[in-house]
Design a protein around this ligand. Structure first.
Ligand code: FAD
Length: 281
């Protein structure tokens, strides 16, 4: 199928991008790994695309006072390197390898993935469970939205068509945190059918903090709070992992149509993610 004709604009500055987006019918071209496929299939028919790849201000990644700041052109691949230190860097390195395959990770961007909001994507659940903050830049200036509010449904977010996702801020994880990620997928060229991520902090032999996120079990990323609560204050032992995996699987009561197979997958994958997290601290 031939894509519909559209205008192409190569932006040179953040203002060029915002000026282009002001018409409400312009799509941002970042890594192009989702947008180009959607344009070719006819799923997206913007009047114009604004290519942000030549805007130097969008290339930055920095750590500042315990916060990782990610700009729109930071590619997935960056998180495979040692660009991010500490326990957060370890967690991102574990998770990024599950995004597509190397050419996709070389072009695709973290902010593009967050803006796209695929229900099976990895970064949205990471941002949600870590309590990331998103900056949206638009004609009226900037506004900040918490990740937990940003995702409103599959491929739906609070972003308005005139807005650019300009920066994402992820809080650092404390020392003593181990992370894990486990997924079920049919091939490397496909998104996960179901996945679970975990980051668990152990202080003086007991779990002092835990986040558990589930991918593709609901319309938006799911934070398994009941499962997290089962871990707090306990030794990070097999019994604690089993209890947390049971509690995570119970979350599916909110999505009964998905049934027993998905509950089983959540239980198994949460257990694997937590076991990996225990090995990592
Ligand atoms: C074969 C294949 C397998 C894949 N597997 C996975 C996977 O397992 N897990 C996963 O998470 N992803 C996967 N992806 C998608 C990949 O992660 C994409 O890189 C990502 O979804 C979009 O990032 P992008 O930078 O390529 O954005 P683009 O494709 O350029 O843009 C995607 C959408 O976001 C908008 N957008 C981009 N940046 C911004 C911004 N800063 N502000 C506002 N809007 C913006 C665009 O206008 C467009 O609507 C896969 C892709 C392919 C082709």
């Amino acid at each position: 199928m031939k894509p519909a004709p559209m205008e192409y604009l190569a932006a040179r500055s953040p203002d060029d991008v915002l000026d282009a987006l002001a018409d409400g019918d312009t799509a941002v071209l970042a890594g192009g790994q989702s947008l180009v496929l959607d344009v070719v299939s006819g799923a997206a028919r913007p009047r114009r695309v604004v290519d942000i790849n030549r805007v130097p201000e969008f290339a930055g990644l920095s750590e500042d006072a315990g916060v990782l700041r990610v700009a729109p052109l930071v590619r997935h691949r960056t998180f495979e390197s040692d660009a991010v230190g500490g326990a957060l860097g370890d967690m991102l390195r574990i998770i990024v390898r599950h995004i597509g395959h190397p050419p996709i990770r070389a072009r695709g961007t973290m902010l593009g993935s967050l803006a796209y909001a695929h229900p099976a994507a990895e970064w949205p659940v990471v941002a949600t469970v870590l309590g990331a903050q998103f900056d949206l830049a638009g004609p009226g200036g900037r506004r900040t939205v918490a990740a937990e509010q940003f995702f409103t449904g599959p491929f739906q977010t609070l972003r308005q068509p005139e807005e650019l996702l300009a920066e994402v801020r992820l809080p650092a994880l404390p020392a003593g945190t181990g992370a894990g990620f486990a997924e079920h997928r049919r091939s490397h060229a496909k998104y996960a059918e179901v996945a679970a991520m975990a980051a668990v902090t152990v202080t003086d032999g007991l779990v002092s903090a835990a986040v558990i996120g589930l991918v593709n079990v609901g319309p938006c990323p799911v934070r398994a709070r009941a499962a997290e609560r089962t871990l707090i204050g306990r030794e990070f032992c097999d019994a604690a992992i089993t209890a947390a995996a049971e509690a995570a699987a119970d979350l599916d009561a909110q999505h009964p149509a998905e049934g027993r197979d998905q509950r089983r997958a959540v239980r198994v994958l949460t257990r694997r993610a937590l076991t990996q997290a225990r090995e990592g601290w």
